[in-house]
Ligand binder design. Sequence first.
Ligand code: PCA
Length: 201
Amino acid sequence: MKKLLITGFEPFLHFKTNPTMKIVEELNGKEINGYHIHGRILEVDFSKSGKQILDCWNEIQPDAVISLGLAAGRSAITPERIAINCNDGEQDNSGNLPSGEKIIEDGPDGLFSTLPIRSMVNRLKEENYPAAISNSAGAYLCNHVMYQILFMLKQNELKMPAGFIHIPASHELAVQIGKAPSWSQDDLTQAIRICIETLDT
Ligand code: PCA
């Protein structure tokens, strides 16, 4: 059976929970669309998360990689189109405060997702889940891990579906932060299940 590495992130900034963790916990060990799911949680730390996702890849030797991140304020599931070679944003959980440095000194400016992002969005909409392709994953940790995994795959000429999907806040998180569009945790998980079902289509 093929293997899918799916990653989520721990809570960060002022968000006391991260709904990506619950999705990963829920899907870990399941079999979907011919993939056995291996779930892992990454730290929100510029000095650690890149190595963590590459270590997970080495340990599991997956056939596909989907990383998940919270984009509080977005109202739809948004597969990301591209990762950029840049670290920027607010302090991470360890106090690192990047200011536009390159992730890989001589790496390409951008690396495109190899997930079937258009099919994912179409399938989600067919099932009445709001979805759209996003043209920017930002420059924070989500972009960072997306760039790290895509760079490693490109360097090693490994062809497999890999990329990143941002998700809206859960209701639980929206109650905490206020004024954010939110989805039920079950709908978030179901939407990611649909994305997995879209792999290889
Ligand atoms: N979202 C952040 C980092 C962790 C997460 O879940 C981001 O969009 O970069």
